[in-house]
Structures are given as C-alpha cells and as structure tokens.
Design a protein around this ligand. Structure first.
Ligand code: HEM
Length: 334
C-alpha cells in the first residue's frame, strides 16, 4: 500500500463529475473545495498521517473486517448532517449511535478504535486533527489494506458540537427495503448521482448483516430478490435465532471474499446472492443495471468510480475554516 502523498488538489463534493476526453475515456473533473488539502496538517501535525497509518495497520492486521466497520461509520456520519464526526458524540446529547438505523448495528469495536486512533494523534499534536478527518483517513487507509483502491483523501474538516435526532438519522440513512427510485432520491438529496449510488453500494462487498435485517428478506416469505439456495442458507442461519439473540448473529455480506474489498459484490447482485432489497434494486433501472454489469466484469472501472464517489461522500456538508471545532475526545462536544 502507498502512503498518502502530498498533493495540492482539492475536489468539490457536489460538482464532481466525469468528462469524456477525445479517446472516449472518462476523466475525473473536479472543482477545488476551499479549506481542504491533502497536506493540510503538514505544518501543524506532520506526523498525523503516519500515526493514523500505523494504528490502522495494527487494527487491520488483527481483524481485517474492521475495515467494513469503518466504511459504514463514515457513510452513516457523512449522510447525517455531513462528515462532522457527529456520529461519535455520546454525551451529553442523545447519541446518533442509538438512532434506529444505527442502534446495535454500527460496530462498537470500530467506534472504540476511532477513539483510540484519535487519542494517539492527540498525544502527538493536541487539538489539531479533527475527529472527522480521523474517520476519513482511517477508513481510506483500511480500505486500501484490504484490497481497495488508493484514495487521495483530502483533509481539513472540522467537527460539529451537535448530534442529529433519531428522526433526522431515519430521514437520511437509506432503508434496505427502498426501491431504486427511493435510493436514487436519497442519494440525490446528498448531492450524489446514480453512479455514486452504484459505486458506493459496492461497500457491501465486505462486512456483515445482522439476522434482524436479513429476516426482512426471508420471512414471512422468501423474497424473489434471492437465489433459492442462498435464501435457504440464510434461513438456516437466521430463522432459528430467537428475537433476543437476533442482535448478535450476523452473516457475511459477501460470503465468497468476505473481508476483501473487491468487485465481487456486483457479481453477487447479478447472481441474486446479495442480501438486501436495495442491492437487488440496482437491477431495476437501466442506468444502474448497466453499471452493475460493468463493475462485475471490470474491477478497475469500479475502483475508478469508487474513488470519485468516496471523495464526494467525504465532502458532504463539511465544516472547514472557522466553522466547527477540533474535538479532543471524539465522544464529547469540546
Ligand atoms: C444504498 C443504500 C444502502 C442501504 C439500504 C444499506 C443498508 C445496510 C444494512 C441494512 C446493513 C447491515 C446492518 C446490520 O445488519 O447491522 C449494511 C451494512 C453495511 N453497509 Fe450499507 N447500505 C447502503 C449503502 C451503503 C454505502 C453507501 C456504504 C459505504 C460506502 C455501505 C457500507 C456498508 C458496510 C461496510 C456494511 C457492513 C458493516 C459492518 O460489517 O460493520 N452501505 N448496509
């Protein structure tokens, strides 16, 4: 894996896109977003990237599936009031962590890991590096360590001092039962298009789902989204689990390359062995179906778009400059 290099590019979250050059290849095209840079901490905390990198390497060596935990936390942070690390706040406010889409679903182990990484950074440069950047850098480094592309993540985000309400989290995090039009609408409301929807759904190429959510697809009847043998397997694992234990039992989102960030997700969608309705729904519109087919065949095309979409995700409603604060402890507002 490559260390994040120093580069002066900045990208716009909402105006990113692709253009066709005269060879027909699509080229990323971005506008600078003020306040972010890859070398933002170069003078105030030159070791920030190295500290985060060495912590993430330790974590992933011990448990590669934490990369999935990190990616989901970043997604759930950025989709709710922006990438401001509000998801890590636990007191004195009601935490986003217990909002319905997050409760007993985000990994507690991953949340602890982010806090630990931030503590290490604080020990070297107190009050300089934000929790929001700690999430963004840790996630991109972890993704690369488990096979994903190298993403030129920009930094300079600051943290919020408020958390969103349960209702706001529910309104912003897409539900697994959504149709393709519901998914497109949800992503559009965050400044993301169909290409981002398909590429970022590739996040389901690793990690896990709790039986509580799997049940939506297998009971009372088995969804036509699923291949029969696959559904029988899920039923064998999840149906005997009684309600009080549902929170603890999980299945792999990608049972073939479970901890690897690759394009296998798209093959799973085509083979009807991706778990959620929202995965199968990508085949219900011509534009998204075409991209699923393309990414299933060509991992480099997936990675190319995934990088662009991750940069866009990472810049949703961010706080920069004089806005927001640098939280020393990610769990508390100041
Ligand atoms: C498109 C709409 C999406 C829906 C409806 C959706 C829904 C879900 C659900 C229901 C789970 C399982 C939760 C549980 O059982 O506890 C899950 C897991 C996961 N999702 Fe999504 N998701 C979506 C998009 C995304 C995006 C955009 C990303 C990241 C870019 C992502 C990354 C993940 C990861 C990595 C996991 C596994 C987490 C872990 O193992 O801890 N998802 N998703």
């Amino acid at each position: 894996m490559h260390m994040v290099c120093s580069m002066h590019l900045a990208f716009s979250a909402t105006q990113g896109g692709t253009s066709q050059n005269n060879k027909g290849n699509s080229k990323p095209q971005f506008k600078p977003l003020q306040g972010l840079a890859q070398n933002f901490y170069e003078s105030a905390c030159p070791k920030a990237h190295d500290i985060i990198k060495s912590e993430v390497i330790k974590v992933i060596n011990q448990n590669p599936s934490e990369a999935a935990g990190l990616l989901r936390i970043m997604f759930h942070d950025c989709f709710v009031q922006g990438c401001d690390a509000s998801i890590l706040l636990t007191k004195p406010m009601v935490s986003e962590q217990i909002a319905t889409p997050n409760n007993a679903s985000l990994r507690a182990s991953t949340i602890r890991i982010i806090d630990q990484i931030k503590d290490q950074v604080e020990a070297s440069c107190p009050g300089v590096v934000s929790c929001a950047d700690t999430i963004a850098l840790s996630t991109t480094l972890a993704l690369e360590l488990v096979g994903g592309p190298s993403i030129p993540m920009l930094v300079g985000r600051r943290d919020s001092q408020t958390a969103a309400s349960n209702q706001t989290v529910i309104a912003n995090i897409p539900a697994p039962q959504l149709s393709i039009s519901g998914l497109k609408q949800n992503f559009q409301s965050h400044g993301l298009d169909s290409k981002d929807l398909v590429a970022l759904s590739g996040g389901h190429t690793f990690g896990q789902a709790h039986c509580r959510v799997v049940d939506l697809q297998i009971t009372p009847t088995v969804s036509t989204d699923l291949n029969a043998a696959f559904a029988a397997n899920l039923s064998r694992i999840c149906l005997p689990v009684n309600n009080s234990a549902k929170g603890g039992i999980t299945v792999h989102l990608d049972f073939i390359t479970k901890d690897v960030f690759d394009n296998n997700y798209y093959k799973n969608v085509l083979n009807k062995v991706a778990i959620f309705h929202s995965d199968a729904a990508l085949l219900d519109a011509a534009d998204t179906k075409q991209l699923v087919q393309l990414y299933a065949k060509d991992q480099s095309k997936f990675f190319e778009q995934f990088k662009i979409s991750m940069i866009k995700l990472s810049q949703i409603s961010i706080l920069t400059g004089q806005n927001g604060v640098i939280r020393k402890k990610c769990t508390v507002p100041n």
